[in-house]
Design a protein around this ligand. Structure first.
Ligand code: GLN
Length: 483
């Protein structure tokens, strides 16, 4: 049963081949058996899952239907779940039980999805390897000595290892698409404002966006449908109708204009990944697409701009965790300053502390114009590059990452080398555009992803292209040995 996709589960439940309760029990047993190798879960929510599964079965018995009704999923552990630990991968929130559900959690629960647990993640979603979690590193099911990507590494490893069909994730600079690429999944970062951020613990508010991680584009369409929509509780949520994403999957690609940016193929890109990217272009050409070289001249400035803006927003967002209003409090503080210093010093790990310092520095009076303001100007230039490109092409295609998943620990002593791995993903966050990563082959037995970017609110177009590609290739069906 663990090989079933969300779409297949919906059909199986509708045809009464199995119940949600049976499926839920089978997957919980599989998680208990296999997850010790991966460490992809921070919390399992067995009682809640069984209760939701029974309720979903009862709704189906009453004639209700729905693609998510009875479907088992898990949430990245930064989505608030009422009465359940919501740790954000941090000691700071190790004992935090959220008093309410995030909008995404509430919407999916209302659609009948069953929550199996909360998945591991980089601390406060800062990272690209899922090694900065207070709960330990997550392993890549394709090779247990390699990282699964981050920050949504727990969601990715769990779905890739067939512990469950799909999971929620978030993407501030690539944390849905990069782990998707590293674990042979399909992951979609929606347009900024498409999915509510209410109850999603903030890292960098102007960049953060929730989205689905699954094995197929078809499943991403199903999960996104349950997540997307206007939310009056999130002031950056956009009041646009949500299209039927599943209905968009079967459009013809005849005449689709694909732009391939020449700047993507620079020295930093593994040539074997470049070859797989071009092979995916050939595949799409067979389906009727036409290809055009384009230019995004300002992408070379995107990493430095992102690594000013994201830490700046993080330093502000994380100021609330002070041991008084929120978060861990140190033992026996001598006075108020000691309480702040030790609560934050002991509660936050080294990567989070580094980012708070970088961000506070960039925002300080003497440096604001030189760093933060300059970074915002670059952000606009990056956006303008995309706006110009999308007058000529319908989607932009390239690699999701310059290299496949690296070995655990390989970049621990050099954070900047990990930052550089985000080169292809962060531009979509700076511009607020939707992006999708889909499986496109293997290098040294490790999965490789191809990234598609589209104009604002064209998630349906991304899903359509990925689905058509997946109807004609089988990379996404490959399963890691041992799982
Ligand atoms: N790797 C990027 C960072 O560390 C992106 C993380 C994310 O998207 N949450 O900031």
């Amino acid at each position: 049963m663990h090989q079933l996709t969300l779409a297949e589960i919906a059909r199986g439940l509708a045809d009464k081949k199995f119940s949600s309760e049976e499926l839920t029990k089978a997957l919980l047993a599989r998680i208990t058996q296999l997850d010790p190798q991966l460490n992809s879960f921070i919390s399992l929510t067995e009682d809640l899952a069984l209760q939701q599964a029974k309720a979903a079965d009862a709704r189906r018995a009453n004639g209700e239907n729905g693609a998510l009704l009875g479907a088992p999923i898990a949430h990245k552990d930064l989505f608030c779940t009422q009465g359940i630990r919501t740790s954000c991968g941090s000691k700071m929130l190790d004992n935090f039980k959220a008093p309410y559900d995030a909008t995404v959690v509430a919407k999916l629960a209302a659609a009948g999805a069953v929550t199996l647990g909360k998945t591991n993640m980089d601390e406060f979603a800062m990272g690209s390897a899922n090694e900065s979690s207070y709960y330990g590193a997550v392993k890549n099911p394709w090779n247990l000595e390699h990282v699964p990507g981050g920050s949504s590494g727990g969601s990715a490893a769990a779905v890739a290892a067939r512990l469950l069909p799909a999971a929620t994730a978030t993407d501030t600079g690539g944390s849905i698409r990069q782990p998707a690429a590293f674990t042979n999944l399909t992951g979609l970062k929606p347009t900024y404002g498409r999915v509510s951020r209410w109850g999603m613990i903030a890292y960098a508010s102007s960049l953060d966006q929730g989205g689905p991680l699954a094995r197929t584009a078809e499943d991403c369409a199903i999960l996104l449908q349950g997540m997307a929509g206007f939310d009056a509780n999130d002031s950056t949520s956009i009041d646009e109708p949500v299209p039927d994403y599943s209905a968009s999957l079967n459009g013809s690609l005849q005449g689709l204009r694909i732009g391939v940016p020449k700047e993507y193929f620079s020295a930093g890109l593994d040539s074997r990944i470049a070859d797989l990217v071009m092979a995916s272009v050939e595949e799409l050409k067979k389906l009727g697409a036409v290809v055009k070289e384009i230019s995004l001249p300002n992408i070379q400035h995107a990493i430095p701009a992102y690594y000013v803006i994201a830490p700046a927003e993080a330093s502000s967002n994380l100021s609330r965790f002070d041991g008084v209003r929120f978060g861990y409090r140190c033992e026996n503080p001598k006075n108020l300053i000691d309480l702040y210093k030790r609560s934050r010093g002991e509660g936050f790990g080294p990567e989070v502390q580094r980012r708070i310092m970088v961000g506070a520095y960039a925002l300080s009076a003497g440096y604001y114009d030189a760093y933060y303001l300059k970074a915002q100007k670059i952000r606009r230039l990056v956006k303008n590059d995309f706006m110009a490109a999308f007058t000529e092409v319908d989607i932009i295609l390239g690699p999701t990452t310059p290299n496949p998943a690296w070995k655990l620990g390989a970049k621990n002593s050099d954070p900047v080398s990990a930052y550089l791995e985000d080169v292809y993903t962060i531009t979509a966050n700076l511009a607020g555009l939707p992006g999708l990563s889909m499986p496109a082959g293997f290098v040294d037995g490790l999965p490789v992803g191809v990234q598609l970017l589209a104009p604002y609110f064209q998630e349906g177009r991304l899903l359509n292209v990925a689905h058509q590609y997946q109807q004609n290739t089988d990379w996404h069906t490959r399963t890691p040995t041992g799982f």
